[in-house]
Design a protein. Structure first.
Length: 115
């Protein structure tokens, strides 16, 4: 059930943490896909978006507040950035602990490759 992200949240694996509070931990992706690539992760173990419960709504909203504050800190808020959540196999999810990607620092192009 637990993933590597729980170890990161608990401080058992070193990471480049950019923000932490009692609900959320945000750290730089180990394999960045853009000049700014931060993962915003709820400290609570929620595997996927499919597992979000009504009582998690405040937490999910807080993830967005943290994301926009990090975008400001990282200097990408003005030019723009992308928030992305992958869900399960077709969505490309690799780590089954809910997380929001924040990409920025360059022109990110179309949302999906053009067909
Ligand atoms: P996803 O495909 O949405 O599940 O994304 C998982 C992300 O976690 C990938 O972008 C990985 O590069 C990232 N990742 C995996 N392990 C670590 C780690 N130890 N520290 C930081 N990022 C990680």
């Amino acid at each position: 059930m637990s993933t590597i992200f729980t170890k990161i949240i608990n401080g058992e694996i070193p990471t480049d943490t950019v923000y932490k509070d009692d609900q959320v931990t945000a750290f730089r992706d180990i394999n960045p896909q853009a000049p700014v690539h931060v993962l915003i992760v709820p400290n609570k173990e929620i595997p996927t978006v499919n597992d979000i419960r009504p009582e998690d709504e405040q937490l999910i909203g807080h993830m967005f507040t943290v994301a926009k504050n990090i975008a400001q800190q990282e200097g990408v808020a003005q030019n723009g950035y992308r928030l992305l959540i992958n869900v399960n196999r077709d969505g490309g999810q690799e780590v089954f602990h809910l997380h929001m990607h924040l990409f920025g620092g360059c022109r990110l192009g179309p949302m999906l490759p053009r067909k």
